[in-house]
Design a protein around this ligand. Structure first.
Ligand SMILES: [Fe+2]
Ligand SMILES: [Fe+2]
Length: 393
């Protein structure tokens, strides 16, 4: 009904109605008052005020405590081992094959294949694109995805620095410092790729902003950890993995292969730190709060990355926004993205103790329990992750 009313409104009004609707939908999803307290203000800043789109800089207030230990304990052998591997696994972003000439409109080496979206659906809506326009639209979508990766990496850079200060394991601090360098390198290479090969940068998506805002402003280190190391890293692995599988462009493939191996370590670190903390330190009610929070963020990541920034550029006033949503939701590439993301994320949530029988019912309702038995991050090396993706390609 709302969709039909929206169809007849001018596009500017449609967009405002849509923005309010997103906020109401988010609020309706967040029935648990503790979750609403945690995600609500971020939702208002991201969706209503669109603070990520108001120019430079954006300030966040962080209120976490820095945890010092003057006795320098060797307290976590698994983190110590990760630290050793992280030092050995460092690579220099300058050594990627930057000499490769990327022509985003060349059909021989597409950034994304035509099968990423369903052009037939657009035709049913009366929108016919010729071969060149199709490639341009795919280029816009690929650039949009890469721009969100870049913004997410900036979030990861700040969050990993905060978490290094706040974490109570000393071996975690050593390891965390390597992650800060990793994330800086990721920002460097994605930015260089967008800047020199795509000539374009999209603004941050409002829903990604909401997640980053929530974890920057939360004072509890384990919430930052859960948000960054498990949820956003899970999202990143899903998205990087999908693009790695689907792109035909060799520089991007090499870049993603390296980044994915770093990210595998980051999720591994998140799982061992949180497993220890959630199962041994938290009360049952604190555990339940984190469990519910993770479920809501999962829904946010499943339902809300709609590339409206691309819609605004291409179809504003031509195609109703809810039809664009259907187009994005149904895109075969998005299907692969959701599968890749949740097949990694769900086993990790199980591993850290956030998958009680009670919450399993909610995951079953949205069709995600099929991933419950999968391998969690500590059982999967970066090489295995890549081999998995190569096999599925
Ligand atoms: Fe990263
Ligand atoms: Fe990361």
């Amino acid at each position: 009904m709302l969709d039909r009313i929206a169809d007849v409104l001018p596009s500017r009004v449609q967009r405002q109605v849509d923005q309010f609707r997103e906020v109401f939908e988010l609020a309706a999803e967040l029935r648990d008052p503790r979750i609403l307290r945690s995600l609500g203000p971020s939702g208002a800043r991201g969706l209503l005020l669109q603070r990520g789109k108001q120019g430079v800089p954006t300030h966040f207030h962080s209120r976490h405590r820095a945890y010092f230990d003057w006795s320098y304990p060797a307290d976590q052998p698994e983190m110590q081992d990760l630290y050793r591997r992280a030092k050995q696994g460092q690579w220099n972003g300058e050594h990627l094959p930057w000499h490769i000439d990327v022509d985003p409109l060349n059909p021989e080496v597409p950034l994304l294949p035509e099968s990423f979206v369903d052009f037939a659906y657009l035709e049913e809506q009366g929108i016919r694109l010729d071969a060149r326009e199709r490639r341009q639209l795919l280029h816009s979508l690929a650039t949009w995805m890469l721009s969100q990766f870049l913004h997410g990496e900036q979030g990861a850079l700040m969050a990993s620095a905060q978490v290094t200060e706040a974490v109570q394991f000393f071996d975690g601090k050593y390891y965390g410092a390597t992650q800060v360098v990793d994330e800086a390198r990721h920002v460097e290479v994605f930015h260089r790729y967008l800047d020199t090969k795509c000539d374009k940068l999209y603004q941050i998506n409002d829903n990604l902003f909401v997640i980053i805002d929530a974890l920057m402003e939360d004072s509890r280190w384990d919430m930052k950890f859960l948000g960054m190391q498990i949820m956003v890293e899970g999202l990143a692995l899903g998205a990087f993995g999908t693009l790695y599988k689907m792109t035909g462009e060799p520089l991007l493939e090499a870049l993603l292969r390296n980044v994915i191996q770093d990210e595998a370590r980051h999720v591994h670190y998140g799982v061992i730190a949180l497993r220890e903390h959630i199962t041994k330190e938290l009360s049952e009610s604190e555990r339940r709060e984190r469990e519910a929070w993770a479920f809501h963020v999962s829904m946010l990541m499943r339902n809300r990355f709609m590339a409206y920034e691309v819609y605004d550029e291409w179809f504003d006033g031509i195609l109703p926004r809810h039809k664009w949503r259907t187009f994005v939701q149904r895109a075969p590439g998005m299907e692969i993205f959701r599968r890749t993301m949740f097949s990694r994320l769900v086993p990790n949530l199980r591993e850290i103790g956030l998958m009680s029988e009670e919450i399993q019912k909610s995951y079953a309702r949205i069709g995600l329990m099929q991933y419950f038995g999968g391998r969690a991050a500590p059982e999967l090396s970066g090489e295995e992750l890549i081999a998995d993706l190569d096999r599925a390609a």
